[in-house]
Design a binder for this molecule. Structure first.
Ligand code: HEC
Ligand code: HEC
Ligand code: HEC
Ligand code: HEC
Ligand code: HEC
Ligand code: HEC
Ligand code: HEC
Ligand code: HEC
Length: 211
């Protein structure tokens, strides 16, 4: 026989469980899907509806076919395209956060000396090297002493040519960052449709921009 005390305890535990369960249900948000189902792009030429789910699950494609920077970065989930492909992405700065120049890789991994680039710096100087722009400034420069843009272009591209490595003279995006947002979407969406002979392409603007 179960005593009244034991029954009370059992009910108590049951009620506590219910309360915790209800609280948990209402406080914690429902788990959001790991990747979008559809994306609607608002554009000046008519909105574009992109069905991510069917592209992802039904057309026999790999994530990397579109998220081309995904595997390299070894992230759990890919970034949005706009993270890298900015609206004004044509000539982003080559240096700094948005740029493609990796200082530490150049300084440590490619077998270069500091003064291959910091040409007025000597190994062991007590002061660290100065910014190039301390001396090479916009609107300055002559044959001997190039201005800002020429100093960088001559040094960066010159050395790449000597070593026979990319990015070279004509590969602007290789240093200045990826193509702009519209080009990135257009090239990827339409090139694949053309390759497969499916879906809207160059001659079907309105089949994408119809919403
Ligand atoms: C396969 C689908 C597809 C096709 C076909 C397509 N577009 Fe687009 N278009 C897009 C997507 C996706 C975007 C990116 C929207 C964004 O940046 O948010 C875009 C962006 C644009 C933009 C930029 C709009 C803005 O507000 O910044 C213009 C302009 C444009 N498209 C014009 C065209 C023209 C003209 C054609 C036909 C020659 C065309 N598109 C064909 C999908 C398509
Ligand atoms: C046909 C091309 C294509 C395929 C295949 C594809 N995706 Fe996407 N995915 C996109 C596009 C385009 C976006 C929208 C990105 C944007 O608007 O910047 C997106 C967005 C995403 C996002 C949201 C990123 C963000 O922060 O905006 C995630 C997560 C994602 N995809 C995961 C995946 C995974 C995982 C796979 C493979 C199972 C996959 N995708 C397959 C094209 C694709
Ligand atoms: C982590 C940064 C990053 C992300 C995220 C990214 N890209 Fe790129 N993308 C680049 C770089 C860097 C290049 C090389 C420079 C160039 O060709 O513009 C490039 C090149 C491209 C190219 C030209 C090369 C080719 O494969 O034809 C297309 C098209 C493109 N990206 C589309 C996209 C789309 C669409 C997405 C989202 C699904 C995306 N990118 C996400 C950095 C990125
Ligand atoms: C090897 C790398 C590299 C390549 C390739 C390259 N650039 Fe540059 N570029 C730079 C660096 C570094 C700067 C210095 C300032 C910055 O953008 O951070 C610069 C500066 C510039 C500037 C001046 C920006 C300003 O704010 O003063 C322009 C414009 C420019 N580049 C255009 C181009 C064009 C167009 C191409 C292709 C024909 C190209 N670059 C190729 C590295 C490169
Ligand atoms: C491939 C060329 C290259 C090599 C090799 C290189 N640097 Fe640099 N370094 C640069 C460029 C370009 C900048 C940015 C200059 C600017 O913004 O004006 C820079 C910036 C710096 C800065 C200023 C950073 C800041 O944000 O304040 C220091 C310090 C520096 N480098 C130290 C070194 C040292 C030490 C080495 C050798 C171990 C080295 N660099 C090797 C090209 C190089
Ligand atoms: C303290 C001032 C100063 C700094 C800092 C400096 N430069 Fe210079 N640079 C000069 C002067 C002066 C000349 C012309 C005489 C010479 O070659 O020394 C020159 C010449 C050049 C030249 C043309 C000659 C050659 O070597 O091919 C390039 C390219 C150049 N600098 C790039 C850079 C870059 C890139 C940086 C940063 C990594 C940098 N400079 C840092 C003062 C400086
Ligand atoms: C003294 C030689 C030298 C100079 C100067 C130099 N680079 Fe490089 N760079 C290299 C070499 C070597 C590689 C190839 C490394 C590899 O692929 O193993 C490289 C590769 C690169 C790459 C592709 C690989 C990576 O690191 O992402 C980029 C982008 C780049 N350089 C940008 C620049 C920019 C921008 C400048 C000028 C600010 C510059 N480089 C100046 C020697 C140089
Ligand atoms: C890597 C290949 C690939 C890329 C990238 C791609 N698509 Fe597609 N898309 C397909 C395939 C395959 C089909 C055809 C499915 C069928 O008809 O069986 C398709 C069909 C479509 C259709 C018609 C059917 C549907 O699913 O709505 C639209 C609209 C479309 N794509 C828009 C886009 C847009 C917008 C982008 C860029 C954001 C894009 N696609 C990028 C492969 C791709």
């Amino acid at each position: 026989m179960t005593s009244k005390k034991e029954l009370k305890l059992a009910y108590g535990i049951l009620v506590a469980c219910l309360v915790v369960g209800l609280l948990g249900y209402s406080v914690l948000p429902a788990k959001s899907p790991e990747s979008p189902i559809r994306k609607m792009y608002k554009t000046t030429g008519g909105d574009v509806l992109f069905d991510h789910q069917s592209h992802r699950d039904n057309y026999g494609l790999y994530c990397e076919d579109c998220h081309h920077a995904y595997r390299e970065l070894e992230k759990e989930m890919p970034d949005s395209c706009g993270q890298c492909h900015q609206p004004d992405g044509k000539y982003q700065p080559a240096l700094g956060d948005k740029g493609m120049f990796k200082h530490d890789a150049h300084a440590q991994e490619y077998g270069l000396y500091c003064n291959d680039c910091h040409h007025n710096y000597q190994q062991g100087d007590p002061e660290p090297p100065q910014h190039c722009t301390a001396c090479h400034q916009r609107g300055m420069g002559d044959d001997m002493m190039p201005g800002r843009k020429d100093a960088f272009h001559q040094q960066c591209i010159g050395c790449h040519e000597d070593f026979g490595v990319m990015p070279g003279k004509t590969d602007c995006a290789g240093c200045h960052g990826p193509r702009n947002r519209t080009e990135a979407f257009h090239d990827q969406c339409m090139n694949c449709h053309e390759d497969f002979g499916v879906g809207p392409t160059q001659s079907d603007c309105n089949q994408c921009h119809g919403y």
